[in-house]
Design a protein around this ligand. Structure first.
Ligand code: FE2
Length: 413
């Protein structure tokens, strides 16, 4: 984010002595992107942020292995068939997430959790976690967030944090992990980084961390040795894990300032762009990373030309795989396909797609769509993760042609 923020206790002049009340020094850390040639923040720690006393492998096993989408098929993955019968009990958002789809640029996973996660940071790239249901307190070195249904939480690469589900319901999280940074689309920004008038949201809609957050505020001893789980580059799938032990608690930042920090945004604050005829998919864009975009489809008035057809035209997104996560409402274009809340559709490049039979005609005269979906479009092909394979309905590919008696061989459902 290009918007300067300052929270907590920072010195008037950067890179100068910053003293504790007892006369000691706080330790300044510059956290910067792109070789310190892009956004950065300065964090002031009570202890040395580099002090570790142990390191061990975090075995990610085969959890990040993927299988090509071959033969090429559009697919329906039923995420709500994961974590059934209370299988979410004792699961946490970090170690319990299961890979649905992935490629070298982005990995999409899903988790239902009721347990606090360990402290964690993703050294591979930024994360954008969409909260499908439940609520959580997220503790980060920048401060805390209270997140709930409909929130995106964008967490910069290497931000130490943990997830603590709160409330009666388990937390349902759709996790989009980039190998790059995730930010508002460039087209929404002025040349100096302000969100422009035509953007569907503005700075006021973005929530900052409450902070600073120190260990004692989180009910933890400041000198408590603490493990931090780190996902980083390396390993068979380009990803490996390591657990560091710190001799002190990582929540020791007394203040920070700069333009690099996590932020939250609720999808209900996205103001949809509508028109007389069907608007192109980029109007739904909310964030972007390298080689992928994140869009959302929100409840909205639909096309009001007297001869409009409100559902999408059939389309060939020739450079992209499209992944839609159906969160809420009634998705008119997909009626009859079996898709409902908790479904993911995969529409790969190389296959034209559009509304299911009858939906095109039925939509004429509609003036409002009550739908909520999160879409990730990738420029490189996506492969199926173990969770995606486990909940593939195996029949979606034939839904435009009236179905087929037998599931596809590579479908599990
Ligand atoms: Fe599409």
């Amino acid at each position: 984010m290009a918007h300067y923020q300052r929270i907590g206790n920072v010195p008037d002049k950067r890179h100068t002595q910053h003293r504790t009340p007892e006369g000691g020094l706080y330790y300044e850390e510059l956290m910067g992107e792109e070789g310190f040639s892009s956004d950065s923040s300065l964090l002031y720690h009570r202890r040395l942020p580099s002090a570790i006393t142990d390191a061990r492998a975090w075995d990610l096993g085969n959890s990040l292995a993927t299988t090509p989408n071959h033969p090429l098929l559009p697919r329906h993955l039923k995420l709500h068939d994961l974590f059934v019968d209370g299988a979410w009990r004792g699961v946490d958002v970090v170690t319990g997430r299961r890979l649905v789809l992935g490629n070298g640029d982005v990995r999409i996973s899903y988790v239902v959790a009721d347990a606090p996660s360990p402290f964690y940071r993703n050294g591979l790239g930024d994360e954008c976690v969409f909260v499908e249901g439940g609520a959580a307190r997220v503790e980060t070195v920048f401060g805390t967030f209270d997140v709930a249904r409909g929130d995106y939480l964008v967490i910069p690469r290497a931000t130490t944090h943990r997830w603590i589900p709160v409330g009666e319901e388990p937390l349902r999280a759709y996790c989009i992990e980039a190998s790059s940074h995730i930010a508002p689309p460039k087209g929404y920004l002025s040349r100096y980084g302000q969100l422009l008038e035509h953007a569907p949201y503005c700075e006021r809609d973005l929530r900052l961390p409450h902070g600073p957050l120190l260990a004692e505020d989180a009910g933890i001893g400041a000198d408590e040795p603490t493990e931090v789980y780190i996902k980083h580059r390396g390993g068979p799938n380009g990803t490996a894990g390591t657990v560091y032990t710190y001799p002190h608690h990582p929540l020791d930042v007394v203040g920070w300032d700069g333009c690099l920090y996590p932020f939250a945004f609720n999808v209900s604050d996205f103001e949809p762009i509508t028109g007389r005829v069907h608007q192109p998919p980029p109007v739904h864009q909310v964030f972007e990373g390298h080689n992928f975009v994140i869009c959302n489809f929100v409840p909205r008035k639909v096309d009001y030309h007297p001869l409009s057809i409100p559902v999408p035209y059939y389309h060939s997104n020739v450079d992209s795989d499209e992944v839609m996560f159906y969160v809420d409402g009634d998705y008119a274009a997909r009626k009859g396909s079996g898709i409902g809340k908790g479904s993911v559709s995969v529409h790969p490049g190389g296959h034209a797609h559009g509304p299911q039979p009858g939906a095109y005609e039925r939509s004429i005269g509609a003036d409002y769509f009550d739908e909520l979906a999160v879409m990730v479009d990738t420029f490189r092909p996506l492969e199926l993760g173990e969770a995606g394979r486990a909940v593939d309905d195996g029949i979606y590919a034939w839904s435009w042609a009236g179905g087929k008696d037998e599931p596809t061989l590579d479908g599990a459902g």
